[in-house]
Ligand binder design. Structure first.
Ligand SMILES: [Zn+2]
Length: 267
């Protein structure tokens, strides 16, 4: 029997309201190993919830507190994501512990059902925009890969959790993509479609410097986008389908100002 609550010491006080959910995989060989680490005062990491393969949920930190799960990164102009987010660790070996076939270990149905139910209950308790339900890799593309391209984000979106692009909203990227033959762009190269692409990715929430060059930062952000919203095109390259989904998604995100506390100001 999995305990409902095991207290982790790895938290402190929030300084603003909850408006974000960040999903992670544990990336360890077992749930117990992950649990031990998330409760180890020396590790200085935690999460509010852990979801086991069976769908059982263990809470580690009260939602009122600031759990230490996000680390360095940024989303929609916020860099202290721990202070405004709920962190959910989903037990899965991920890229660190692939199957013998080399594939990523699948998330069992019962576990995904539990993720959906937990997120739905969080959404009844806190005001969280769909565009602020993200993966760890979205806020830290250069550092993190979790919850991975094998995580069923589309299924969550169907259940009302998070955004999914409506490709009929993509109007210009089809033409932009036509200018760009597949795999013709190498790192360090400039192209006229890069500047609008970076701007749309920033609108979605990714932190990216301006400019017209396909650089390593952009490739990492594209990979993070693809893990979440285009897992069948996982290349870090701005392929036609990725460009369409990026444009479509950018149109469904309400404008935010690039300043840390804008949501707080909005109340
Ligand atoms: Zn993570």
């Amino acid at each position: 029997m999995t305990p409902d609550f095991i207290s982790s010491p790895n938290y402190n006080a929030r300084n603003r309201a909850i408006d974000t959910i960040i999903l992670h995989y544990t990336g360890m060989e077992s749930g117990q190993a992950a649990l031990d680490r998330l409760c180890d005062p020396g590790a200085k990491v935690s999460a509010h919830y852990m979801i086991w393969e069976t769908g059982e949920i263990t809470q580690l930190v009260d939602e009122r507190h600031r759990a230490w799960h996000a680390g360095l990164g940024s989303w929609q102009g916020d860099s202290d994501l721990n202070t405004c987010s709920i962190g959910i660790e989903i037990i899965n070996g991920g890229h660190n512990f692939p199957l013998e076939t080399g594939e990523l270990p699948p998330y069992p149905d019962l576990q995904i059902k539990a993720v959906i139910a937990l997120c739905q209950s969080i959404l009844t308790r806190h005001s969280i925009a769909a565009s602020r339900i993200i993966g760890h890799s979205d806020m830290a593309p250069a550092r993190k890969e979790d919850p991975g391209e094998h995580f069923p984000w589309a299924q969550l979106a169907k259940a009302g959790i998070g955004l999914w692009p409506d490709e009929s909203a993509a109007l210009v990227s089809e033409n932009e993509a036509a200018e760009l033959p597949d795999d013709a762009l190498s790192i360090g190269q400039s192209h006229s479609m890069i500047r609008p692409l970076k701007s749309r990715l920033r609108t979605i929430g990714y932190a990216l410097a301006d400019g017209g060059v396909y650089d390593k930062e952009l490739a990492a952000v594209l990979l993070a986008f693809q893990r979440h919203w285009a897992p069948e095109y996982l290349t870090g390259y701005p392929c036609r389908e990725s460009l369409k989904r990026i444009e479509a998604l950018s149109k469904s995100v309400p404008n935010f100002k690039h300043q840390p506390n804008f949501r707080q100001q909005e109340g």
